[in-house]
Design a protein around this ligand. Structure first.
Ligand code: AMP
Length: 288
């Protein structure tokens, strides 16, 4: 397994793969890897087949964090990430630093961004106004650097995956985007690097996200008619805020393809939640 830190070296390798007709699968991450990330790696491996290459990027991208967010304390353990990638048969880790990704200072500083204008306005985009511009910009850059045939994203970040798909289509990136299911802990909590922040009884309180998704699913399956979204939202808020450290940021019911909010919730409607557990903001989602 190679570890590459420079953009030029990664692009050279990618060009070599392209010339040789090698199929390349790519998994972008911010590191502090867990079984959710590794499931994307396995998927990339299956999609590229024998003779294909799998690249994982590890980069905590500053432009997708807001000024009050957890950029400086975002968990990192590069040695452990390297070990996990090696064990999973990853071919290349691309781990650039900020100077590689956002070159220049002063008058020649980085000044070109990619932003998606439709799907990124709601939910995460509303709560974190500059977040998706940072995501689409860094993902576009990573696609140009790694030049993959297929890139795998997790449905844990459902809105992000939809936006990346739209960007790839709109800007003609010559690759396929695959979205893989959310991997959960045994008790239902969606795996996340940020779960590291859940110390003491916060870990148990974080289960309200999973319980809310379950409760909404049961309600929808038992209902003979569409349930008013406003009513379900109010019920979920009550359930969530029974946990003393929990505060609902948003609960949204929407069409899984267009991401447009629905007023009547039925089977097939998608539910996404963002909940603060103490200072830690967690997200989760499911199709009902
Ligand atoms: P992150 O390192 O959090 O930016 O995530 C990198 C990729 O891993 C994204 O495509 C995420 O959606 C995906 N991912 C994160 N958590 C999970 C999970 N629990 N199950 C599946 N994919 C995940």
């Amino acid at each position: 397994m190679r570890i590459i830190k420079s953009v030029a070296a990664m692009q050279r390798l990618a060009r070599g793969w392209q010339r040789a007709g090698t199929r390349v699968g790519f998994v972008p991450t911010m590191g502090y890897l867990h079984a959710g990330h590794m499931s994307l790696v396995q998927r990339a491996r299956r999609l590229t087949g024998r003779g294909g290459k799998v690249a994982v990027s590890i980069y905590v991208n500053p432009t997708q964090f807001g000024p009050q967010e957890d950029l400086s304390r975002y968990p990192r353990d590069f040695a452990r990430d390297v070990r996990l990638c090696r064990e999973a048969g990853v071919d290349v880790i691309f781990a650039p630093d900020n100077a590689q990704m956002y070159p220049g200072a002063g008058a020649d500083k980085f000044s070109t961004f990619v932003s998606e204008g439709e799907l990124s306005r709601s939910m995460e985009g509303q709560s974190r106004p500059t977040h998706f511009r940072g995501v689409t910009t860094v993902v576009a850059k990573l696609f140009n650097i790694v030049q993959p045939d297929v890139a795998v994203f997790g449905s844990k970040d459902y809105q992000q995956a939809a936006i990346v798909k739209r960007m790839a289509r709109d800007l003609n990136f010559p690759l396929k985007i695959v979205v893989a299911p959310t991997v959960r802990e045994a008790d239902g909590l969606a795996m996340s690097s940020r779960n590291k922040y859940l110390t003491g009884d916060l870990r148990a309180q974080a289960l309200v996200l999973w319980r809310s998704l379950q409760q909404a699913r049961v309600a929808v399956r038992e209902a003979a008619r569409p349930i008013p979204a406003a009513r379900l939202k109010a019920e979920l808020k009550r359930l969530i805020e029974c946990a003393p450290a929990a505060r609902l940021d948003y609960a949204e019911f929407f069409d899984p393809v267009t991401l447009v909010p629905v007023s009547g919730v039925t089977r097939g409607t998608h539910l996404a939640l963002a909940v603060f557990i103490g200072k830690t903001r967690l997200i989760d989602n499911t199709q009902l």
